[in-house]
Design a protein around this ligand. Structure first.
Ligand code: UDP
Ligand code: MG
Length: 314
């Protein structure tokens, strides 16, 4: 079965993770269908991933497939999370280009055309939306998210700034390199950054979701943040080392000062210094152990050591 009218057309796979999105799916489908029909030289297929919804999401998706041959969907046996849904989407997408979109219309469909232009004609491998603001979001979530992206940016040495999200169109080479990363704990923002490739950023303003509620609460966001940090950085394992070093130096300095200040040595203070120093040494060794373990953990992911973008003269 082909959805192409013209064999020269490209196929763009629109991958949409959905978790209890019954209230917004019809509006999403109609808005994205309209936007897709304005893209010259490409046809779009829809690949919805129903991430274990308990509402009418699956029923609505079934209805879409019955009336539109461009639509396919997968239903998970339970809620596996957005990252798993995105991976399943990539594995099942046959398009020359793949784009991720949230179902709630927070990713403007009008940008699809510009994204296709960038990856098809401007020499980019990827074109991604850069969310410029967080209008309409809970201010506490905004503060925590911004702090997290600042922290993870410094800890991981990967480009994962605030606003650089999942809304992006990628060519086949980039898509296939992401599929090569088979790790179980998938943190897509880190993975996009890890695989590299030339990305064009298109700014857009945040809007509130068209209908329904956000699927994230503080607990799930915290878990997500920890996953991201632990999947791409061993910085937390060095933390006890820094604290231990500080304790050791503070204990030695305080001990020496108390002995050499000319006063009678204060034995209780010296005992406290000794305990602190031993504690510091213990923490330094704990951190060393953590470093070895984190190296082993990163090895166990079996990430490619390099990714080739192009070959010439072979
Ligand atoms: N989503 C998902 N599985 C989940 C949580 C979310 O597939 O466990 C989907 C959700 O249906 C939506 C997208 O991921 O299409 C983004 O979710 P949401 O809008 O709730 O996140 P926010 O915009 O608040 O960050
Ligand atoms: Mg949303």
């Amino acid at each position: 079965m082909t959805i192409k009218n013209n064999p020269a057309d490209d196929v763009i796979s629109i991958i949409v993770p959905c978790f209890n999105e019954e209230s917004v799916l019809p509006a999403f489908y109609s808005a994205v269908s309209d936007a897709a029909s304005s893209i010259e030289g490409a046809v779009c297929e829809f690949l919805f991933i129903d991430d274990g919804s308990s509402d009418r999401t699956a029923e609505i998706l079934q209805h879409f497939t019955e009336k539109d041959e461009r639509v396919r969907f997968l239903t998970f046996s339970r809620n596996f999370g957005k990252e798993a849904a995105m991976y399943a989407g990539l594995q099942n997408a046959s398009g020359d280009y793949c784009v991720f979109m949230d179902a709630d219309l927070q990713h403007p469909p009008a940008l699809l055309k510009n994204m296709y232009h960038a990856v098809k004609y401007e020499g980019y491998d990827c074109c991604a939306g850069l969310r410029e603001d967080r209008t309409g979001e809970n201010p506490i979530r905004t503060f925590l998210s911004r702090s997290f992206y600042h922290l993870i940016g410094n800890a991981c040495h990967l480009d994962m700034g605030d606003g650089k999200g999942d809304f992006r169109m990628m060519n086949r080479a980039m898509t296939d390199s992401i599929l090569e990363l088979k790790e179980y704990n998938r943190y897509m923002k880190g993975i996009f950054s890890f695989v590299g490739f030339d990305t064009k950023w298109i700014p857009f303003h945040n809007t509130e979701r068209a209908a329904g509620k956000t699927k994230w609460n503080f607990r799930s966001l915290f878990r997500y943040a920890m996953d991201g940090m632990l999947s791409f950085s061993s910085a937390p394992a060095s933390l006890p080392g820094f604290i231990g070093m500080f304790l050791l130096i503070a204990a030695v300095v305080t001990g020496l000062v108390s002995v050499f200040t000319g006063h009678k040595a204060n034995w209780i203070l010296l005992l406290v210094c000794l305990i602190l120093a031993l504690n510091g040494i213990q923490m330094i060794f704990l951190s060393l152990l953590g470093q070895y373990m984190s190296k082993d953990y990163m090895e166990s992911k079996k990430r490619p050591i390099y990714i080739i973008k192009k070959k010439g003269g072979f």
